[in-house]
Design a protein. Sequence first.
Length: 153
Amino acid sequence: MDRSSSPVLPCMCANLRRAARAVTQLYEEELRSTGLRSSQFTILQTLSIAGNVTQGRLGELLAMDSTSLTRTLAIMSRHGWIEKRRGKDRREWRLGLSKGGENQLNAALPYWENAQSRLRQVFGRSQVSELTRLTNDVTNAVAGLAVNQSGDA
């Protein structure tokens, strides 16, 4: 099947997952030479924005399941890109960027920007902004649905 003629699927989940896989492939291609996977870049970028957070909070910010996040963080920790610090409560651990993580993120930013630029070329700046806003709205709305559903039990 010609990629430019993908059918509109009747399922929102299927369409969003297919779009996410296609976009991920673009970012993976751009980031390949940096040694970072797109998921690792996203974690570095999120920690750069959010600062030190618990693993649970990081999972919430990324809408990422605990198993996948734990596995990715272990790899990143071995590379020295993240550091764990004790929180206020001795049982709590907070994650943050290490100096190596900051360096890795900064080195990868031009490659990430290439991916961003390629998408802006295809869609235009305003459509990319609208898509970013819309996907953020979807994430927040679905997270709200999950909270409401668990509260109904």
